[in-house]
Structures are given as structure tokens and as C-alpha cells.
Design a protein around this ligand. Structure first.
Ligand SMILES: NC(=O)C1=CN([C@@H]2O[C@H](COP(=O)(O)OP(=O)(O)OC[C@H]3O[C@@H](n4cnc5c(N)ncnc54)[C@H](O)[C@@H]3O)[C@@H](O)[C@H]2O)C=CC1
Ligand SMILES: N[C@@H](CC=O)C(=O)O
Ligand code: NA
Length: 442
């Protein structure tokens, strides 16, 4: 805890502005109203809603807002002297960034759910908060309602986190779960996820892995006390995942999940470096993350002293996300009343980010081959030429339908992808039908 701004005048109520009244904003406004007396008791003073900035005054919304509180002038609302706390739930980079910066400059604390902005330009915002002596909280930005950032920032700050692996995008988990459980098509499952309010305004952010990559950057920064931005994160989405991949995973007793992984590795220099990546992977059905269904999220944290911890819950949707926002609001409002701030950003470690090619991983490769003598040996030789050791090989079918399914031991991603390229050029290989990383096994 540090002192807020020495020039602050004491306040006996906390003026709140909400920017954006969509899926999340409408639920924040609802809870501010419905839980007003509990929130006041927890904060120690009433939270007074001063205004709600919207794009269109006459748009339909999921909450009734008194018309005198609605405004289309978000910047004007943020500039008001009676606004002590700004909740930004517009999303995206502009105009969220200038609004948050203006709020902090004007002496308001900020609570945001905006992972895209934090992962792109977090340091600018952290510095502005530090300079203003105000809080900047963003628990809702990663894994919705699940308390994960505060545990990393506070509860685990006495431990040494070594790995964070999670399902942090509800939309893609919903789609993969529907493909796995009901054999649903991709488009149909995405439309359902949009209907349920899980998807981003542009669902490309979900299905191409941008949203999960932003969250991976935030998780890596907090877990390893360093600065990782979204552009440092290796990113692959789920648009290339086929029904064949899902079936191949089922054959293996596994399931396909979009994973966000942040871990401490050793760089070629010998220094410790951060690996941050988002990609689909096969995990065994016995792994705790395999049972994460629908739009639920879960984050698996490994640390030196605590061992393994798992955080699980609703990762998307208006009401769950509003729960995380309100938790931050209570803390920031309390600090504002007490004239203090919480622990700020901790990025003392300044670690390098490991390129994906140097990251150790494992591959599952399904190959259609000619069923004749020497095929298995030729495939094994291709793996050996790239110094990749094979853990298991399974042959399925015969003749025209022969297929080899190979699971490798750990190797660098560069070695593994070179092996796959090599296989594609071999005369006995008719097609490489499924390539996927494998996680969650020894
Ligand atoms: N929907 C979800 O499940 C979750 C969303 N988030 C994050 O919460 C934020 C909000 O997301 P949603 O509510 O889902 O998006 P949304 O698109 O439903 O809501 C955003 C609202 O902001 C309004 N808006 C746009 N420009 C504005 C402006 N200049 N002034 C005032 N209002 C403006 C839009 O009209 C819209 O109603 C995003 O950062 C998102 O990434 C985080 C966790 C979960
Ligand atoms: N679009 C996101 C919303 C929460 O962050 C998701 O699907 O998880
Ligand atoms: Na969260």
C-alpha cells in the first residue's frame, strides 16, 4: 500500500462513472444499483453513480438507466470533479486509452476489463496511475469472474511462480466443447457463443487467439514480474482445428483445448526467459483442464513453494465479468476514501521473451502413408534426422487407409516443425492430416 495523492481532499462518498453500457457495463450498472447498500457498507461510504457514457442514447440496453445519467460525452464525464472512480467497459484501444489516461490525470481511480489495451500499452497506463497516486485494477480482464490476477499480484507474491497454463477464452472453449461433445460445426457454435454474450465485439479476437494472447501477456507479466506485451506472445487460434483433429484427440483419450501458457524457461544465453504462447493443444481427458466445459475458464498455476493451484469459474458473460469489476471497485473505492493505493505494477525482473522456435514442446502428428514395408522406419528416420525422439507410434487402417499417429517426446518447436515439413516432402507420405501440440502429460 502507498499513499494516494497528498493534495487529496477527504471525501465521504465515492462518485462513480461507467464508460460503456454493453454486455458487461449493463450488468455493472445493475449491480451498482441492486447492491448499493451492501457495497456502501463494504466500502465505508456510498458509491454514487454520476453518469453512464454510451454511444447512442436511444440504443436498447439490458438495464434501465435514468436518462439524466446517460451521456454520449465520455470525456466530459471523466473530467467532472465529482467523479472519483471510472469504470471502463467500452473495450478496444481507442477511445478507451485516452479516457483512462484522462481519468487518472483528473484524479480518479480506474477499474477496467480491457485486456486488449492492457496487453498492448499496459506500461503507459501503470505509469499514469503511479504518477497520479491512483489505483488501476483489472481483475475482469483475465478469466472473467475468476480471481486470478489478485492471487498472482498479492497472494502468491511471496512465492516463485514457474508456470501458468490456462483456458482463458470462453468463446473458443465453448466452440471446441460443442465440436467435441455434439460434433457441432464451428460457425454454429460461434453464433451461439455470440448470442450468449461471450464473444468480443469482433469475434476474430476470440477465434484467432488475440484475446487469449492478450490475457497470456497479462498473466506472464504478473507471474514473472516482467513486461510482456501481446506482440511477444506466440499466437495460434482455433480456425484451423478440424473435425479430424478432434476425432484424432478422442482416439488418443485426449481433448483439444485452446491453451494460454506462460512459463519460465532457460534462453540459449543461460539466462531465465519467459515463454508465452497461445495455441490449440491435445490434453489427456484425465487432466483437470480437460473437464473445463462450455464457456468456463480455468488457470493452472505452478509455483516453487505452493506446488499446483487451479482457479476455475465463469470466464465470460456480462454478470460474471461484472462481479470481478465490482470486486475491484470496492477495493479501489476503499483506498480512495483512505487516501491510499494498492500495490502497483511489479516489473523489476526484466526478463527476455523466448522465441517460439526455442520453446520446448511435444507434437502429435497423424500421417496418411502407403502401407508397405519400411514405411515406419522411414518415418522414424525423419524424426531422428531432426533429433526428435518418438514417444509412441500407432498404426491404424491398412492399404489405402493406412495411417500412422506419432507422438513425440519434448523437442524445440523449431525441430518439431522442421520434422513435419520433412514428412510432407516424403514420397511414402500421402498427407499429414493432423499436427497438434501435446500438453499436460509427462
Ligand atoms: N463480454 C465478456 O464476456 C467479457 C468482456 N470483457 C471486456 O469488457 C469490455 C466490454 O465488453 P462487452 O461489454 O462484452 O462489449 P460490448 O460491445 O457489449 O459493450 C461495449 C459498449 O461500449 C459502447 N461504446 C463504444 N464506444 C463508446 C464510447 N465512445 N462512449 C461510450 N460507449 C461506447 C458500445 O456501444 C457498447 O455498448 C471489453 O474490454 C471486453 O474485452 C472482459 C471479460 C469478459
Ligand atoms: N470474449 C472473451 C470474453 C472474456 O474475456 C471470452 O470469450 O473469453
Ligand atoms: Na478474473
Amino acid at each position: 500500500m502507498s499513499s494516494g495523492n497528498p493534495g487529496d481532499k477527504p471525501i465521504d462518498r465515492v462518485g462513480v462513472a461507467v464508460l460503456g453500457c454493453g454486455v458487461v457495463g449493463s450488468q455493472v450498472v445493475r449491480l451498482l444499483h441492486e447492491q448499493a447498500s451492501d457495497l456502501a457498507a463494504r466500502v465505508g461510504a456510498p458509491l454514487e453513480l454520476k453518469g453512464v457514457a454510451v454511444r447512442r442514447l436511444d440504443a436498447p440496453r439490458d438495464v434501465d438507466v435514468p436518462t439524466d445519467l446517460l451521456t454520449t460525452d465520455a470525456m466530459g464525464l471523466v473530467a467532472r470533479d465529482d467523479v472519483d472512480l471510472v469504470i471502463e467497459v467500452i473495450g478496444g484501444i481507442e477511445p478507451a486509452r485516452p479516457l483512462i489516461l484522462a481519468a487518472l490525470e483528473n484524479g480518479a481511480s480506474v477499474v477496467t476489463a480491457n485486456k486488449a489495451l492492457l496487453a498492448e500499452d499496459g506500461p503507459t497506463l501503470y505509469e499514469a496511475a503511479e504518477k497520479a497516486g491512483r489505483d488501476l485494477y483489472f481483475e475482469a480482464a483475465v478469466a472473467g469472474a475468476i480471481p486470478i490476477l489478485r492471487p498472482l499480484r498479492e497472494s502468491l507474491s511471496g512465492d516463485r511462480v514457474t508456470r501458468v497454463m490456462g483456458i482463458v477464452n470462453g468463446t473458443t472453449n465453448y466452440i471446441l466443447d460443442k465440436m467435441d461433445t455434439y460434433g457441432s460445426g464451428f460457425e454454429e457454435a460461434l453464433a451461439e457463443a455470440q448470442e450468449l454474450g461471450y464473444a468480443e465485439a469482433d469475434p476474430t479476437a476470440d477465434v484467432e487467439g488475440f484475446d487469449a494472447a492478450a490475457k497470456a501477456a497479462i498473466l506472464a507479466s504478473l507471474a514473472f514480474h516482467t513486461r510482456v506485451t501481446a506482440s511477444d506472445v506466440h499466437r495460434e487460434g482455433i480456425t484451423e482445428v478440424t473435425a479430424g483433429d478432434v476425432a484424432s484427440a478422442t482416439e488418443m483419450g485426449s481433448v483439444v483445448k485452446l491453451l494460454a501458457i506462460a512459463e519460465l524457461n532457460e534462453a540459449s544465453s543461460g539466462e531465465s526467459a519467459v515463454s508465452a504462447r497461445v495455441h490449440p493443444a491435445m490434453i489427456p481427458r484425465s487432466h483437470p483442464l480437460a473437464s473445463v466445459r462450455e464457456a468456463y475458464n480455468a488457470v493452472f498455476v505452478e509455483s516453487e513453494a505452493a506446488g499446483q493451484l487451479m482457479f476455475y469459474g465463469p470466464g465470460a458473460g456480462g454478470s460474471p465479468t461484472a462481479s470481478a469489476v465490482l470486486g475491484d471497485v470496492v477495493t479501489a473505492a476503499r483506498h480512495r476514501l483512505q487516501g491510499t493505493t494498492g500495490a502497483g505494477e511489479s516489473s523489476y525482473a526484466d526478463r527476455a521473451v523466448l522465441p517460439m522456435g526455442e520453446t520446448l514442446t511435444r507434437y502429435h502428428v497423424a500421417i496418411d502413408v502407403d502401407d508397405r514395408a519400411g514405411v515406419l522406419a522411414a518415418v522414424a528416420t525423419a524424426f531422428a534426422e531432426h533429433d526428435v525422439s518418438i514417444q509412441t507410434v500407432r498404426q491404424e487402417g491398412r492399404g489405402e487407409d493406412a495411417q500412422l499417429v506419432v507422438v513425440s517426446h519434448e523437442a524445440t518447436d523449431a525441430q518439431l516443425s522442421a520434422t513435419v515439413e520433412h514428412l510432407r516432402t516424403m514420397e511414402i507420405v500421402r498427407d499429414v492430416t493432423s499436427v497438434m501440440r501435446v500438453e499436460g502429460t509427462e
